[in-house]
Design a protein around this ligand. Structure first.
Ligand SMILES: [Zn+2]
Length: 219
């Protein structure tokens, strides 16, 4: 993976720590960079530690108009009007920090439940991060850091192909999650849907799912 993506993922950790962490006083938060796509917030009740992981392949995906559209963060920016609804590398990565941090706040409020991760309580918290200016502050910090490291994030708007399944960026073999804790692998990209072969606890099952409902990983 490119060293640029690794460096940007590290800057996302710094920016999250500096700009968002103060909103969750007293919380034990570990921010780390993962080598794959997986990008998530986890909470360990045993240690009380929150962990946010930014995957370097996720960072690389979001630098590319061809692959950024399949991520939930792209759908949220467009669908909910965050950052003016503009998809750019800078907005996508800054929003990713807000998205994961909203999971931390959601968990702290006891509003994250199995099978109900992106629920109303989650979006209320995410909306607040945006409408209260924290998302803007985070984005400024991230942009400053990346410019200081001579790795400026692109702020130009990208256009994502209309969301027929073929324009969705999914390919055979992609690991996806959807619905209530369902998981699988893309077997075929059809005109409007993807055929998914279940994996893990969904093994042996097949689904036809609209690409809007698919997430590459836990975004
Ligand atoms: Zn999420």
């Amino acid at each position: 993976m490119s060293s640029r993506a690794v460096r940007i993922a590290q800057l996302m950790c710094h920016a999250t720590a500096e700009t968002l962490s103060p909103l969750a006083d007293g919380v034990l938060l570990r921010l780390r960079v993962g080598s794959g796509r997986a990008t998530y917030h986890r909470y360990d009740p045993a240690t009380g530690e929150h962990r946010i992981n930014y995957g370097v392949r996720m960072v690389a995906d979001k630098a590319s108009p061809e692959s950024c559209g399949a991520w939930l963060s792209a759908r949220e920016i467009r669908g909910r009007g965050y950052y003016g609804g503009v998809l750019s590398e800078s907005n996508l990565l800054a929003h990713t920090c807000c998205h994961e941090f909203a999971h931390l706040l959601q968990t702290r409020q006891g509003q994250r439940r199995r099978g109900s991760v992106h629920n109303q309580a989650f979006y209320r918290l995410l909306d607040e991060l945006h409408w209260d200016g924290h998302a803007d502050a985070l984005r400024s910090t991230l942009n400053q850091y990346s410019e200081a490291m001579a790795q400026p994030l692109a702020t130009t708007a990208v256009t994502v192909a209309e969301r027929t399944a073929h324009g969705s960026g999914f390919e055979r073999g992609d690991s996806v999650r959807f619905g209530r804790e369902l998981q699988g692998r893309v077997l075929r990209v059809n005109r409007r849907t993807c055929t998914i072969e279940g994996t893990g606890h969904c093994r042996g099952r097949r689904y036809r799912v609209s690409p809007q409902l698919l997430q590459r990983t836990q975004d």
